[in-house]
Write a protein that binds this ligand. Structure first.
Ligand code: UDP
Length: 472
């Protein structure tokens, strides 16, 4: 289990509401009174902007990637020293990571940051993305949902599509590194290429919750998974019994990426103006791909319930990952549920919106992640790192991050979510304490530096590096 921040709340005996850290007299104060740059637009201007938000149509120039040393002020020099020490034992050992999308979704988010840092520490690491047609991504999306427990009709034709695209990718890819890491089910059958280098090790990194999978889909994948040398899971609760060693790696965020670095208040104000978000009133946000398992429709319903009692706006910001063909359909469902409520702001953002998402998260009074199923839930990690009170579904890796009433609030229903929105907006000091605790929880457990250390130690184990040194 991750280290928890010091307990500074107590349990509410009624189990209906968090109680402590909140002096009675403060309970009616609105969370919207936090000092911030107000909107430069008047009410009419904001309404107009909501109808046609200014969404960037081209990617911004990338930031200069942060250097390893830049993390010192955030995690401490001792931590960096440990990581450097382990990396030195692996210098020159090569790694390839493979997944199914270069943009959108949590896996791409992690790899984008992890790989340059590994290269800087002289553990040469390449990243390859498999390709496929719409038919392949429809199959893998179906597998994804089925592995999360949904009904699915697995046919021979579907299996053939999966296997033939894996073959196609295999024929154009080379695997001559010391360690090959395959992320998630989509490229799982690339394992057939093992052995292109002597003593090569193959690792399957599973980012999804396999606690209750569709039996047929899992039985189709299991023989592939069991050919690997090691498997990695995001939580002990997500695993299946397999005949290969299992390791636990929490996913992580990069505190210096565009998504998570500190941004100026003036930039936050500009983004809010661009999207018609009123900074003078409470802002509730869910950032997620438009995916039914993220329950965006449930978020709209919870907002509507809470809105009867507290003034607030709802921002639903998402976009489509290239491996998710369902997005447009779900977006339409969300728009229908939202109707013509001018205070529901739905943003379909392009994949290069990291800075804008950062600013929206910063502007938010509450961040919601009302998932019905979830992998780890990096959006939660991002919000906690920004000291935001989080209300989130108690699924997947979320309870590892959101410790109920300590680092956020866990919910099981639309009504529960509505209740917590109302509660946190009317108890701003309690909400702020959740946010502070959340940030420390992330610092201790879920930053990219902890993740690097985990990877390096696993490479040491698999390649027998530490053992050889001892014998010498
Ligand atoms: N994200 C994004 N744009 C969007 C929606 C999500 O950049 O329109 C990012 C989000 O900030 C987070 C990641 O994609 O970093 C989503 O990861 P998570 O683990 O929450 O969910 P997944 O999409 O992998 O199921």
């Amino acid at each position: 289990m991750p280290k928890k921040p010091a307990q500074n709340t107590t349990t509410d005996p009624t189990n209906e509401a968090p109680t402590l850290g909140v002096p009675e007299g403060k309970r009616t104060e609105s969370a919207s009174k936090v000092a911030r740059v107000p909107s430069t637009l008047d009410a009419a201007g904001l309404m107009e902007r909501r109808k046609s938000p200014r969404i960037a149509t081209t990617p911004p120039a990338p930031d200069a990637p942060p250097k390893f040393d830049d993390y010192g002020p955030i995690v401490g020099e001792a931590e960096l020293g440990e990581i450097r020490y382990v990396a030195e034992t692996l210098r020159g050992r090569t790694v390839k990571m493979v997944n199914s999308t270069a943009v959108g979704g949590g896996v791409a988010e992690i790899l984008n940051r992890l790989i340059p840092l590994m290269n800087e520490l002289e553990v040469p690491t390449k990243w390859d993305v498999i390709t496929g047609g719409n038919d392949f991504f429809e199959v893998t999306k179906g597998f994804h949902n089925a592995l999360h427990g949904e009904k699915y009709d697995l046919t021979k034709a579907i299996e053939d599509i999966f296997l033939s695209y894996n073959e196609q990718n295999r024929s154009r890819m080379t695997f001559d590194e010391d360690v090959v890491v395959i992320h998630d089910p989509q490229p799982a059958n690339l394992i057939k290429s093992r052995g292109q280098k002597k003593d090569q090790k193959w690792v399957w990194r599973c980012h999804i919750d396999l606690s209750n999978p569709h039996a047929g889909v899992w039985e189709f994948l299991r023989p592939m998974v069991e050919q690997y040398d090691a498997t990695i899971w995001s939580s002990p609760a997500f695993t299946r019994q397999v005949r290969v060693p299992q390791y636990l790696f929490y996913p992580s965020i990069d505190p210096l990426s565009q998504k998570n670095k500190p941004v100026d208040e003036s930039y936050v104000a500009k983004v809010c103006d661009d999207f018609g978000i009123d900074r003078n009133r409470p802002i509730i946000t869910q950032i997620s791909r438009f995916d039914r398992l993220k329950d965006p429709v449930g978020v709209v319903q919870a907002y509507k319930m809470a809105r009867k009692y507290v003034d607030c706006q709802l921002v639903l910001a998402g976009g489509g990952a290239t491996d998710d063909p369902e997005g447009a359909v779900v977006l339409a469902e969300v728009q229908e549920e939202a109707g013509n409520d001018p205070d529901i702001i739905i943003l379909n953002l392009p994949p290069w919106s990291a800075l804008e998402i950062n600013a929206i998260q910063m502007a938010s009074d509450i961040v919601i992640q009302k998932s019905l199923r979830e992998g780890f839930g990096l959006t939660v990690t991002e919000a906690l790192w920004k000291s935001k009170p989080v209300i989130a579904g108690a699924v997947g890796g979320i309870p590892t991050q959101v410790i109920h009433k300590l680092t956020g609030m866990l919910v099981q229903s639309v009504e529960g979510c509505a209740y917590q929105i109302r509660y946190l907006l009317t108890h701003p000091e309690f909400a702020a304490q959740l946010g502070r605790n959340g940030r420390e929880h992330v610092r201790e457990n879920f930053l990219i530096t902890s993740n690097m250390k985990r990877w390096l130690l696993l490479y040491q184990i698999l390649l027998g590096v530490a053992k050889k040194e001892k014998a010498a």
